[in-house]
Design a protein around this ligand. Sequence first.
Ligand SMILES: N[C@@H](CCC(=O)N[C@@H](CS)C(=O)NCC(=O)O)C(=O)O
Length: 210
Amino acid sequence: MAITLYHYWRSSSSWRVRWALAHKKIPFEAVPVNLLQGEQHQPEHRSRNEVGYVPVLRIDGHLLAESVAICEYLEETRPEAPLLPVAPYLRARMRQLVELVNADTQPLQNLLVLHRVGEGKKEWAQFFIQRGLHAVEAALRSLRAEGHQGPFALGESLTMADLYLTPQLYNARRFEVDLTPFPLALQAEAAALATESGRASHPDAWQPAG
Ligand SMILES: N[C@@H](CCC(=O)N[C@@H](CS)C(=O)NCC(=O)O)C(=O)O
């Protein structure tokens, strides 16, 4: 059965799922939902996801929303090319990094929230992105101190942590956040972007022509 991803090329949450699919070499059809034109608020998309967010994945006869739920479903149903570490402790640290982005950073700088903030939205976004990245950097520092060296966030393999951290850094640049205080995050990003799946899922590869 065909797999369909409803996404937007520049959405960092969509990139996470495109990346998981690319890493696992799972073919899919991509259907764009243009966030700038408000297509996420149309009944057609709201029937896929009540909160009107992308990504949504149609897979195995189901419609799945929320990138963490989607990535973990892919991992559990298609375990080849794993994206979760095996050891429970490293899994917990991976989820810590994922949630620092997914729960504590990205939701505070998404389109809907910035629209509500109105004036001063760029400074608002910068504040929460910096705050989130400082927490990520501290988590990476403690992992390195425990002997979990890079180059990826958790060590020698790409994991879900990288699929969240790298798109968040992409967002940080869009908001002109100074990234010099985050050398470990940048090191992990460089390794993640050097992968084939990183390049194939990158927004630049999905930007509509014209
Ligand atoms: N936690 C959600 C976040 C989804 C989300 O925030 N998506 C953004 C794009 S990155 C969106 O659809 N925004 C539309 C809007 O703000 O109107 C996930 O991981 O899937």
